[in-house]
Design a protein around this ligand. Structure first.
Ligand SMILES: Nc1nc2c(ncn2[C@@H]2O[C@H](COP(=O)(O)OP(=O)(O)O)[C@@H](O)[C@H]2O)c(=O)[nH]1
Ligand SMILES: [Mg+2]
Length: 242
């Protein structure tokens, strides 16, 4: 399917991103004009929603903070209910270059889920210390689960085709870290094809990251627990879309 033939919903989960979200929305609209852009404003205490709307996005305002997983589940449901067969997840802090969306969409011709992978040799984005080791370990384990080589399983830059949209509208995990590891496990176990494409990652344009070095050490343990729990869930069944 050519990218313009897809009905694409770009979902931007955002928490307190008033300084960057408008630029992200404008860049996404410029890069992929035929897409609809939905910002999920997840209980922000700043003007994230207002800025996003002024820049041309639709905004779903959640009454209280659900986390990235809960926000993405809302996004996938919105896609299904409004007839979008393809969802692209983009961060609201400007780290993801919207020009790479085309490569993600092109990859959906041979896959159900495309990951924009940061450590695959493009750009100079680097996590350090325990966070990087955790990411590497998880990438190794997840490559086995997904039966393909994956180098960055915690990337928030992803494109989901029709089968993944149908699956995630009902099964997107809302737990901590669920939007990354657990979502991939659910997809792989449902028989979906997962692939990655290398992307350059930019620095956050403004605001503060939701991670900090102290939390990094806890990341590995939590992520492994998330992986273990995801493996214990019953397999989800995806109905083939016509
Ligand atoms: N909807 C929602 N978005 C969030 C939440 N926490 C972070 N985000 C957004 O998720 C994206 C990635 O978060 P970020 O802190 O940059 O994570 P990092 O890039 O992995 O360091 C950004 O667009 C954030 O605004 C949350 O609780 N809910
Ligand atoms: Mg970020």
């Amino acid at each position: 399917m050519r990218p313009v033939d897809r009905s694409v919903l770009v979902v931007i989960p955002a928490l307190n991103e008033e300084e960057s979200v408008a630029d992200v929305v404008r860049d996404v609209c410029g890069a992929i004009p035929h897409a609809r852009v939905l910002v999920i404003d997840d209980g922000s205490r700043d003007r994230t929603g207002e800025r996003a709307r002024a820049a041309g996005a639709e905004v779903l305002t959640l009454p209280f903070n659900l986390g990235v997983g809960g926000a993405m589940r809302a996004g996938y449901r919105y896609a299904r209910d409004h007839g979008h067969d393809t969802v692209v997840q983009v961060d609201g802090d400007g780290q993801h270059d919207p020009r790479a969306i085309h490569e993600l969409l092109a990859g959906l011709d041979g896959a159900d889920l495309m990951i924009g992978a940061r450590f695959a040799g493009v750009g100079d984005y680097g996590a350090r210390g325990p966070r990087r080791w955790a990411m590497r370990l998880l990438a190794g384990v997840m490559s086995g689960v997904a039966r393909t080589r994956l180098t960055d399983v915690t990337s928030g830059f992803k494109a989901a085709g029709p089968r993944a949209v149908a699956l995630f509208a009902d099964n997107f995990p809302a737990e901590y870290l669920g939007d990354t590891i657990e979502a991939l496990v659910i997809a792989a176990r449902a028989g979906l094809v997962i692939r990655q494409v290398p992307v350059a990652m930019r620095e956050r344009q403004a605001g503060t990251p939701s991670h900090n070095p102290l939390k990094a050490a806890a990341y590995l343990i939590r992520a492994c627990a998330a992986l273990g729990l995801a493996m214990m869930r019953p397999r989800a069944v995806v109905e083939d879309t016509p």
